[in-house]
Design a protein around this ligand. Sequence first.
Ligand code: CAA
Length: 240
Amino acid sequence: MGRVALVTGGSRGIGAAIAKKLKEDGYAVAATYAGNDEAAAKFTEETGIKTYKWNVADYDESKAGIDKVEAELGPIDVVVANAGITKDAPFHKMTPEQWQQVIDTNLTGVFNTVHPVWPGMRERKFGRVIVISSINGQKGQFAQVNYAATKAGDLGIVKSLAQEGARAGITANAVCPGYIATEMVMAVPDKVREAIIGQIPAGRLGEPEEIARCVAFLASDDAGFINGSTISANGAQFFV
Ligand code: CAA
């Protein structure tokens, strides 16, 4: 099909599954990563997907990285803002640094990723913006005041972008994964994770591929009238 897709945080976890699925579907894919050179090199070796290193929290780095991707692969048609971090702590222990790092990466990072590709999408009258939010942006989560704020913010971003992009053939949607079997969730203390699984009616964590398939659908021509929506994939843990 010849379309180009950019996936931030695309060398590990949910992002890696998204990058692989989009490649399978025929996109030329660029995956970004922040710091783990070893994981990125392994990912490229295994998948043939090119990886690019930049910090999504930095606008100038993001813009320069996106210019490089577009010079190498062509104009970006599909942007998946997936890169995200956690710095969990109960609110009374959360430091201003923990707050700011998560805001900068997860929320400002979405602005920095989408803003540079937006003018080109408007000119070409086609674009797909997909932001990976979270169940915890929908319901809140103990020890995640910072993370939940960013993931709720994602929903405001896509609802606003949807209205701005609709006439220009651009859709903007969010996917809210529940608890998925990735390094991020595995980093939660075992006891806490077991308790969380107990709250999931499906009785299991989700698989990264289950999120990747939602993203691939939203990226497709078939999803052209879905705009400003949120797809929840959480094993019935939470309904909006
Ligand atoms: N609900 C209510 N109370 C909770 C709780 C919860 N979910 N989790 C912990 N607590 C309570 C504990 O029982 C404990 O209470 P007591 O003091 O009465 O015993 C107290 O909170 C914990 O206090 P601590 O001082 O021990 O906490 P801590 O500073 O050591 O922090 C923690 C521990 C960071 C909260 C740790 O338990 C943790 O990481 N929890 C997981 C948070 C979580 O679910 N994060 C999601 C990560 S996955 C993700 O983000 C991906 C996604 O999008 C879904």
